[in-house]
Design a protein around this ligand. Structure first.
Ligand code: IMP
Ligand code: MG
Length: 180
């Protein structure tokens, strides 16, 4: 299956993505120097971003993964109901937790994650998202690191799926609604 059929246009090409991720990695390395940093990747969409970002983080850090689900397969609007599919492997007490997300849309998923993780007493709890659809926000959440602010359009590629496919694309593209 070919992605071009579903692609209206490339929004962020590989060069742009990688340059911004290198900058974010450098910024995070400076901000968290001397601390116990853990990157908490939200599966599955955040995986490509995490693996590229961590290669630009020059300070020692751990990684862990959580899986939450708020979208049924094939559904492109959040249900508003978030469910934990996979929890962290261990405690986060006294660790500096940086949540690594692919995209913030309504903010429902992250607001739920923040509420779930704060009582576990991390030393700090911050958010790093590659993409931010700020126009779509229904829940106000603090976002500490943003790769790109993007318009209210459905995007896929670079971790983000179109019905679970095309996460492997090296770019972020806008979907061609007429071919879905
Ligand atoms: P929120 O809870 O509405 O902020 O939704 C966050 C999740 O919805 C993200 O982690 C994505 O998995 C998914 N999502 C939101 N917008 C898009 C999009 O444009 N393309 C692909 N997935 C999206
Ligand atoms: Mg996600």
């Amino acid at each position: 299956m070919d992605a071009s059929k579903y692609l209206d246009r490339v929004l962020l090409n590989e060069e742009k993505l990688q340059a911004r991720i290198a900058d974010l990695g450098a910024e995070i390395s400076r901000d968290y120097a001397g601390t116990e940093l853990m990157l908490l990747c939200v599966l599955k969409g955040g995986v490509l971003f995490l693996t590229d970002l961590m290669r630009h983080i020059s300070i020692p850090h751990e990684i862990d993964f959580m899986a939450v689900s708020s979208y049924g397969s094939g559904v492109r609007e959040t249900t508003g109901v978030v469910r934990i599919v996979k929890d962290l492997d261990g405690p986060i007490e006294n660790k500096h937790i940086l949540i690594v997300e692919d995209i913030i849309d309504s903010g429902v998923t992250l607001s739920y994650l923040l509420q779930l993780l704060s009582p576990r007493n991390p030393a700090s709890l911050k958010i790093c998202t590659l993409l931010n659809k700020w126009e779509r926000r229904t829940v106000d959440i603090p976002v500490d690191y943003v790769g790109f602010d993007i318009p209210d359009e459905f995007v896929f590629g670079y971790g983000l799926d179109l019905d679970e496919k095309f996460r492997n694309l090296p770019y972020v593209g806008v979907v061609n609604q007429s071919n879905l």
